[in-house]
Design a protein around this ligand. Structure first.
Ligand code: NCD
Ligand code: ZN
Length: 343
């Protein structure tokens, strides 16, 4: 048994409408702060749209949980520094998310280069607003498994050199190269997902192709996963939990072109607990799911806790949810959840 501070989720997709209604409770019952991604259609690019979205989330979230969504704006030419400052000052907006156009789900409104936003990024550095990056190059000639390293080298490294005060989160870091990049750049932090910690590309491809394990960035090699485990279990440092929980209906996952995204809000914590247990580092789980993120995002540590117990006998868990619209979503991590009880 282990007691941990109530975790925060520094990267989550809550969606809208019936999907939002179906998934928000999973996040609200487990997490305190949740940094909500802005890749809706249309994307969230202003503080007023972020407030409206946050109100919609709170309107359908279960009551009395202490759940506190914080919003991110989607980096497009529409984002204005004055508006952003207001959102940040009021504690509504915690960052601006850069999506390379075409890299992932709902990224078509994204950019072709970070250098196109230099003026705004300099303003953000001054105002202390974080840049959140989906770090994947989109050059079609690049191997899919090399795209994170390529983005970091050709896009983010020059930005860090040119605007050294800018705070950056490398989202869902998925490679050893990504971990090393963050270690070498003092103003950067990184989120790590449960699925990148617990799976590797052989799981995705070897025993029948698994759309339920398909996400962006694609789960990479066993060596990359080992580097992520070392970073996450390190105890201190700029690595924190961002589930990247990203629900898609089975109709979009199990077609000819699987949508990218894994829904792990239900069992992500159990998956992380199992990884830390297997690494013999359960004592450091609190730092990863709470302390490191609080330090990076400048929020107070929580006063409440969760208790995790590894059960001697496996308990069967639900493997999917259904929305009011009749869509099904697969729940990632039911195997790990069978071994853990969280209260
Ligand atoms: C996310 C989604 O579905 O919105 N998908 C994913 O594979 N991670 C977008 C993202 O964070 O890349
Ligand atoms: Zn995401």
């Amino acid at each position: 048994m282990i007691e941990i501070p109530t975790p925060d989720d520094w990267h989550v997709h809550l969606r809208a409408d019936e999907m939002l209604e179906a998934v928000v409770g999973y996040s609200a019952r487990r997490f305190r702060y949740a940094l909500v991604m802005p890749n809706l259609r249309p994307p969230i690019t202003t503080t007023s749209a972020a407030i409206d979205y946050r109100d919609r989330i709170m309107g359908v979230a279960p009551r009395d949980t202490g759940f506190h969504p914080i919003m991110a704006l989607y980096l497009t030419p529409e984002v204005s520094l004055d508006d952003l400052r207001r959102g940040a000052d009021e504690g509504i907006v915690a960052g601006v998310k850069y999506y390379p156009a075409g890299a992932t789900t709902n990224s078509d409104g994204g950019g072709s280069s970070l250098s196109d936003f230099r003026g705004l990024l300099e303003g953000m550095a001054e105002a202390g607003v974080r840049l959140l990056v989906h770090a994947e190059a989109t050059d079609p000639s690049l191997d899919i498994f090399d795209r994170e390293a390529a983005f970091l080298e050709h896009e983010l490294a020059p930005l860090c050199a040119a605007v050294p005060e800018l705070r950056v989160t490398v989202e869902h870091v998925s490679t050893r190269a990504g971990v090393e990049f963050v270690g070498a750049h003092p103003r950067t932090a990184a989120t790590i997902t449960p699925h990148h910690l617990a799976r590797q590309r052989t799981d995705l491809l070897a025993d029948g192709m698994r759309p339920d394990l398909f996400c962006k960035p694609v789960i990479n090699s066993a060596d990359d996963r080992d580097a992520l485990i070392e970073a996450a279990t390190g105890g201190v440092g700029p690595f924190c939990l961002g589930t990247d929980s990203a629900p898609h209906p089975t109709t979009a996952k199990y077609g000819p072109r699987a949508a990218a995204g894994i829904f792990n809000a239900a069992y992500g914590l159990e998956v992380v607990a199992e990884v830390f247990h297997q690494a013999g580092r359960l004592d450091r789980m609190g730092a990863f799911v709470s302390g490191n993120g609080c330090a990076a995002y400048g929020v107070e540590t929580p006063e409440t806790t969760l208790t995790l117990t590894r059960e001697p006998v496996e308990v069967e868990r639900d493997t999917q949810l259904e929305t009011e619209a009749g869509d099904q979503v697969v729940l990632f991590g039911a195997e790990e959840a069978a071994r853990w009880t969280i209260s």
